[in-house]
Design a protein around this ligand. Structure first.
Ligand SMILES: *Cc1c(COP(=O)(O)O)cnc(C)c1O
Length: 424
């Protein structure tokens, strides 16, 4: 046993691995995720509300007892986590609900919640003695990975699809990542194929943001739930709304609450509500159609402004579906236009600017209220997962530009009237 990690078990075949053997992928090659199991009995001896409350919340490593790595000297951090839980009074009023909280993950070092998981993954890679990391993404996960790798002097090899936009590639290049575009489409994702080959042929540490190739990032995401529990005064809300792509975040959020339930720190789950865009809803469909969790039908042509949720196959969908079942949760898909409405409502009533993927959760809440899937008296936490400045192109398309005038009061009146429907 390593620290409080008992072992890791494959979510598909149940094969047991020891942390000291440095596992990343199930060697049976069945694309199962290695779930990290903890020794709750040993933890219960000291891990109490009092013990946790005494430690200041400066970053997610407050929860080191419940995280890999084993040795604290291996922690690689940029002060991720410790994000505020904000009471959204104006937004609640606008939506007509009683109690609404925003968990503002835009405040993380690279402006998305992915920092939590990548901080843990890079720390584990350091403990395992790796110096080269590989990922299959051009999005927030690769950006976070590259930042943490830079911080500790590791190399990142990032395989991205040929169509990846330059605004995403540029940031990766600045962090020093070796970015390579890979051609090809079809059933097998060409970037995942290259990541796998780099792991098998060169022994690079696989570090994407989904479980089957990287069991450790989910451990970082779970600290969101620890923080929510503490910030609410050791209780849980009725609902937590979560945007879903690969469903790794949903899995992590569930795991956080599960850890605290096992440790007796809370006595019930909040209900989890998963949200996807109608442009790519394989997970929501799987939930509604009761599909086999290990055989979720991939979406053929994902297309949504919420590019962070564009995974055609929800890699951690098995655990995500279980999370909804166990917590009495629900799932909905929302139109991109509702996501934009949510972005505007959030920014203009609470001062928080989210990217489309980051505000999809709020769009889900709007839909749930419209369809009466939740009650107006229920207490809701919405995860806002990524910052609006991540994707200026989408923003420009949606909100347009500002009017131009000569420095003249009459022209100002006219511009305000036509452009903003405002009279002064
Ligand atoms: C990755 C991402 C998500 C979705 O997380 P999954 O684990 O892929 O379900 C949501 N929001 C943002 C901003 C992301 O970057």
């Amino acid at each position: 046993m390593s620290k409080y990690i008992k072992n890791l078990t494959c979510s598909r075949c149940g094969t047991i691995y020891e942390y000291k053997d440095k596992p990343s992928i199930c060697l049976r090659n069945d694309l199962g995720r290695l779930d990290v199991n903890y020794d709750y009995e040993a933890l219960k001896n000291f891990y109490t509300r009092e013990y946790v409350s005494k430690k200041p919340l400066t970053n997610q490593w407050k929860y080191f007892d419940l995280l890999p790595p084993e040795k604290s000297e291996n922690i690689v951090t940029l002060d991720e986590g410790a994000t505020p839980l904000i009471k959204a009074r104006r937004l609640a009023e606008k939506l007509g609900i009683k109690s609404l909280w925003i968990k503002d993950e835009t405040r993380n070092p690279t402006a998305s919640y992915k920092d939590r998981g990548m901080s843990v993954a890079v720390s584990v890679a350091k403990e395992f003695g790796y110096s080269k990391l590989v990922t299959a993404s051009s999005g927030n996960a690769a950006v976070a990975l590259s930042a943490y790798a830079a911080r500790t002097g590791m190399e990142v090899y990032a395989f991205v699809i040929e169509q990846a936009s330059y605004s995403k590639i540029a940031q990766l290049l600045f962090y020093g990542a070796r970015v390579v575009k890979v051609r090809g489409l079809g059933r097998e994702d060409p970037t995942v194929k290259m990541m796998r080959l780099a792991y098998e042929k060169f022994g690079f540490f696989p570090s994407p943001s989904f479980g089957p190739f990287n069991p450790y990032q989910i451990e970082g995401s779970k600290t969101i739930s620890y923080e929510i529990v503490e910030q609410m005064g050791w209780r849980v809300p009725d609902w937590v709304f979560v945007p879903v792509g690969a469903a790794s975040l949903l899995t992590g959020v569930w795991k956080g609450f599960r850890d605290y339930l096992e440790l007796g720190l809370i006595d019930e789950y909040p209900r989890l509500f998963a949200v996807q865009s109608t442009g790519n809803p394989p997970f929501v469909r799987a939930f509604k159609e009761n599909q086999d969790p290990f055989n979720i039908r991939p979406w053929d042509r994902p297309h949504t402004i919420a590019w962070g949720l564009e995974d055609p196959y929800p890699w951690d969908g098995d655990a995500g579906l279980k999370a909804l079942k166990v917590t009495g949760g629900n799932a909905e898909e929302v139109e991109d236009s509702l996501i934009v409405e949510a972005m505007k409502a959030l920014a203009s009533s609470e001062g928080i600017f989210a990217e489309p993927s980051g505000a999809a959760s709020l769009a889900g809440l709007m839909k749930a209220l419209q369809d009466k899937l939740i009650d107006k008296d229920e207490e809701v936490v919405v995860l806002i997962t990524g910052h609006g400045l991540k994707d200026p192109d989408v923003v420009r398309e949606v909100v347009g530009d500002a009017p131009v005038i000569n420095p003249d009061i009459e022209e100002l009146r006219k511009a305000l009237a036509t452009h903003y429907k405002t009279a002064i």
